[in-house]
Design a protein around this ligand. Sequence first.
Ligand code: KG4
Length: 339
Amino acid sequence: MSTLILGIESSCDDTSAAVIRDGYLLSNVVASQAVHEAYGGVVPELASRAHQQNIVPVVHEALKRAGVTKEELSAVAFTRGPGLMGSLLVGVSFAKGFARSLGIPMVDVNHLNGHVLAHFIQVEGEETDQPEYPFLCLLVSGGNSQIILVRGYNDMEILGQTIDDAAGEAIDKCSKVMGLGYPGGPIIDRLARQGNPKAYSFSKPHIPGLDYSFSGLKTSFLYSLKQWLQEDPQFIAHHKEDLAASLEATVVEILMDKLRKASKQCGIKQVAVAGGVSANNGLRQAFKDHAAKYGWKIFIPKFSYTTDNAAMIAIAGYFKYLDKQFCPMEAPAYSRVSL
Ligand code: KG4
C-alpha cells in the first residue's frame, strides 16, 4: 500500500499545501500574501488572517491537483515551528482538526529541517540527484543563515549561524533603504545582473569559527549610501545596478568563505544550499564555481522549493512517518527553536 502525506506550511506569509506519494510529489500549491507589499515587510496579524482565508481552498486545491481524496491520506504533516506564532497556529490547528476528523496520525516538522530535506523531493519522470549522508547544507533565508551538517533526516547539527542579521534580512533592509521595494532579494538579484560587482566595497565581518554576521555589512552599506546621497541626491537612481551587484557579491563572498572553511574542516565535499536566498543567481553561480574549483558535488534546489512551500514539509513528514514518529494532539506550535 502506498503512503500518502499531506503537507501543510504556514510559518510566515505563504500558505501552502502539498501531497506526496511514497516520496514523489503529486501537488504543491502556494498562496502568497500580497497584502504585505504596502508595508515593506510581513505584518504578523495580517499574515494570520490571510492564512485563515487561504488554508481551506489551498488544501482543497492540493488534493484536487494530486487526484486523491482526503480519505486516502496516510498522515498530515505540518510545520510546527519556528515562525510567526499567529501564522503557525492556523496551520497547526487546521492539521490537528483535519487529522482527527480523518482518524489518521499527525507528523510535526521543523521548518528548517524541511528546507534542508527539500533536496529529497522526487518528481515522477524527472531525474533527481539526491545528496548522500553526511552532507553540508547552507540554509539561507529571511530569518536564518546557517551551515548545517546533515547526518540523517533527523540528525542535523548547526556548525555555524548568524550572530545578528540573516543574509536575506540584510539584503532586504538594504533594498528597503534604496526604496526598491519588498521583498528586496529578487529585486537586488535582477538589478545585480546588470551591474558591476566590483564597483563598491563594503565591510566584511571578522567572526571566529563558522558563525556569520551581516549587521556590519548592512551598517557599512547604509553609511556609504548616506555619504554618496549627500554628494548626489540622484545617486541611487544612477547607480542602483552597481550598488545591487556589489551588495550581492559581498553577501555571497561572506557566505562562501565560511562554507569553504566548513567543508575543509569536516572533509565533506557534498554541499547543498536551501532557503529563500538560494534562489539568488550570484549565489548559485558561486556554488557552480566552487564545484569546478574544489571538486564539490553541489545540490541546488529548484526555484519552487527555495521559498516556503509545503512540498518540503510533506517530504520531511514522509520520512518521520516511515519511522512512526507521530505527534500528539496536544503538541503546541513553537516560534523559536534550533534544529
Ligand atoms: O526561506 P524564505 O522564503 O522565508 C523566510 O525566511 O521566511 O526566504 C525569504 C528570503 C527573503 O529575504 C528574500 O528577499 C530572499 O529570501 N530571496 C532572495 C531571492 N529570492 C528570495 N534573496 C536573494 N536573491 C533572490 N533571488
